[in-house]
Design a protein around this ligand. Structure first.
Ligand code: ADP
Ligand code: MG
Length: 485
C-alpha cells in the first residue's frame, strides 16, 4: 500500500487527527452507539489530499459501507468543525500482519446479560479482494431468499439493535466471531428478515461462499423424505457443503429426537470446519425444553441476541420505509402515526394495518386516505384496550357463523369455492390475530401443511386490495372476533 504512505505525509498528522476527533464527536451524536462503534471505531484518518480527508478502513466492505451510507454525514461534520468545505475519501488500510482483524472486532454487545461466552476462532474468511469491483451477486443458488429482506430495508431501533448489530457483524465477517449466532424473539419481529439479510449480504460481498437458507420445517420434511427414499447421503451433502447455513425457526427442528440428532451432526460438522451458522427461534435456548445438552453447549460458544417488539418511534420509521418502498396511495404522516400507535404488538401486525388502510382507500372513488377513514379501519382491528389473547377456535367459530358453514367443512378438505374462501380467510385471520406459528395454524385446520397457510395468507392479502366484499368480510370478522375474545 505504497499509496497510503504517500498520503500520510501530505498533511501534518496531528492537525488532521484533531479535526477527526472533533468530527467524530459530532457524528457520534447523530448515530446510535452501536452503529458508531461498528463503523467508526475502526476507521482512521491518514491525512489530507486537497480538501479531502483520507480515511483508512480495514477492508473493502467496510469502505463500501462507509462510503455509501456515511460519507455525507462525515463530510458535513468535518466541514462543520473546520469551518471549511471538506470531503472524505475511504481507502483500505494495508494489513500490518497477516492476522488482520476484521472490521467488527470492536463491536461490543449492547446488553451484556445476553452475551454468553464468545468463542473466537482464528479463521477469518477474506472477502473478494477485487476491492474496486462493484458488489456482484453470487452465482450460487439463493432461492428461498426474499428480495426485500435486506439490511437496507430493515429499520434498526432499541428493540432490535443487538440482533441487528450481530447480524451485520456476521454478514461482514462470516465464521469469525459470532458463531453460531442465535437470534430469538416473538413472532413478527424481524427474525426471518435479519436472517435473510445476512444471506443477501454475504452473497453480494462474498460471491464465492456457498449459502443455504432453510426454514426448519422444510429441513424436517427434507429429512423425512430422505429417510423414506434412502437418500441420506445426499441430504447430508446438501447441508454440509455450505459455508453459511441459515436455519429459521429451529424450535420446529428440535421437537423430534431424530431430526435433532441429525441436525446436531450437521451443525457439529459445519462448526468444526469453521463454517458460519445462524439460527432463529421463537424462544431462547434455555426455554427450548427438548434441546439436547450438547447443542446447548455449542450454542453457548456463540452469541445470542434477542429481538423485542419495536417502540413507537421505530414503528413509525418502519411504516415510513415501507411506504417509500411500495409507492401507491400516499399515506399522510398523521395516519402513519395513528397506525403505529394502534398496531403495537409486532411488525407483521403493523404491516397488516398499513395494508388494510391502503386497501380501504384504494377502493374509494377518491383515492385518498383521511385520518377518519384510518381510524375506522383500525377500530375494527385494534379496539381500544384489548389485551386478551384471541384463540383460533374463536376465529373458526366466527368464520363459520358468518359464512354459515359447519366446522367440519371449514376444517375439512372440500375444495368448493364457497368453502375454500372462508377457510382461507380464517387462516389469514389466524395468522394476523394470533401468535401461532404457520405449522400450528395448519395443524388446527384439520392437519394441513404450513404451505397451505402461507398460500391462504398471500391469496387473501392480494384479494383485500382488489375486492371490496373481501375487505368488508375481513373487517367485520375481525371486529366480531375481537368482541368475542
Ligand atoms: P419473524 O421471522 O420474527 O416472525 P419477520 O422477519 O417475518 O418476523 O418480520 C415480519 C415482517 O415485519 C416482515 O415483513 C419484515 O420485513 C418486517 N419487519 C420486521 N422488523 C422490521 C424492521 N425492524 N424494519 C423493517 N421491517 C421489519
Ligand atoms: Mg420468521
Amino acid at each position: 500500500m505504497q499509496q497510503v504512505e504517500e498520503i500520510a505525509s501530505v498533511a501534518p498528522e496531528g492537525a488532521v487527527a484533531e479535526l477527526w476527533e472533533q468530527a467524530l464527536a459530532v457524528v457520534k451524536g447523530e448515530l446510535s452507539e452501536l452503529v458508531f462503534k461498528t463503523w467508526f471505531a475502526v476507521a482512521e484518518p491518514l491525512g489530507m489530499v486537497g480538501s479531502d480527508v483520507i480515511v483508512a478502513v480495514p477492508n473493502a466492505w467496510g469502505r463500501d459501507w462507509l462510503r455509501n451510507r456515511y460519507s455525507g454525514l462525515l463530510a458535513a461534520a468535518l466541514s462543520e468543525v473546520s469551518g471549511e468545505q471538506i470531503g472524505v475519501r475511504f481507502v483500505i488500510r494495508a494489513p500490518e500482519d497477516p492476522s488482520v482483524k476484521p472490521l467488527t472486532k470492536d463491536v461490543e454487545p449492547a446488553r451484556n446479560d445476553d452475551v454468553l461466552e464468545i468463542h473466537e476462532t482464528p479463521v477469518v474468511i477474506q472477502p473478494d479482494q477485487h476491492s474496486d469491483a462493484e458488489p456482484t451477486r453470487g452465482a450460487h443458488e439463493m432461492s428461498g431468499l426474499r428480495s426485500r429482506y435486506t439490511f437496507d430495508r430493515f429499520v434498526p431501533g432499541d428493540s432490535n439493535q443487538l440482533a441487528y448489530a450481530c447480524a451485520l457483524a456476521v454478514a461482514e465477517t462470516p465464521a469469525y466471531k459470532y458463531n453460531p449466532l442465535f437470534i430469538y424473539g416473538g413472532s413478527g419481529l424481524g427474525k426471518t428478515h435479519l436472517l435473510q439479510a445476512i444471506g443477501h449480504y454475504i452473497s453480494t460481498y462474498y460471491p464465492h461462499l456457498r449459502i443455504r437458507y432453510i426454514d426448519a420445517h422444510h429441513m424436517v420434511d427434507d429429512f423425512t423424505d430422505s429417510i423414506r427414499s434412502k437418500s441420506m447421503e445426499s441430504f447430508r451433502k446438501r447441508y454440509r457443503e455450505n459455508d453459511v447455513l441459515l436455519v429459521d425457526d429451529i424450535q420446529g427442528l428440535i421437537a423430534k429426537k431424530e431430526t435433532q440428532e441429525e441436525f446436531f451432526r450437521t451443525f457439529k460438522f459445519l462448526h468444526d470446519n469453521h463454517k458460519q451458522i445462524v439460527l432463529t427461534s421463537d424462544r431462547p435456548p434455555y426455554e427450548l425444553e427438548t434441546l439436547n445438552e450438547r447443542l446447548i453447549s455449542r450454542f453457548n460458544q456463540g452469541m445470542m441476541a434477542d429481538i423485542n417488539p419495536p417502540e413507537l418511534e421505530t414503528r413509525v420509521a418502519i411504516l415510513k420505509k415501507k411506504v417509500e418502498a411500495e409507492p401507491g396511495i400516499p399515506v399522510p404522516e398523521e395516519v402513519l402515526t395513528l397506525i403505529a400507535e394502534r398496531a403495537s404488538g409486532n411488525v407483521r401486525e403493523l404491516e397488516g394495518a398499513l395494508l388494510r388502510v391502503r386497501a380501504f382507500a384504494a377502493l374509494r372513488p377518491v383515492k385518498r386516505i383521511t385520518i377518519e377513514d384510518a381510524r375506522d379501519v383500525l377500530k375494527g382491528m385494534f379496539p381500544e384496550r384489548t389485551v386478551r389473547q384471541i384463540s383460533i377456535q374463536t376465529i373458526q367459530n366466527e368464520v363459520c357463523r358468518y359464512f354459515n358453514l359447519s366446522k367440519d367443512d371449514l376444517l375439512g378438505n372440500k375444495r368448493s369455492q364457497n368453502i375454500v374462501l372462508p377457510r382461507q380467510i380464517a387462516m389469514y385471520l389466524s395468522r394476523e390475530l394470533t401468535e401461532l406459528s404457520l405449522p400450528r395454524i395448519g395443524a388446527e385446520f384439520g392437519g394441513k401443511d404450513h404451505t397451505t397457510v402461507i398460500h391462504a395468507n398471500s391469496k387473501i392479502t392480494k384479494l383485500l386490495g382488489e375486492k371490496r366484499e373481501i375487505l368488508n368480510d375481513v373487517q367485520t370478522l375481525t371486529t366480531a372476533i375481537r368482541q368475542k375474545s
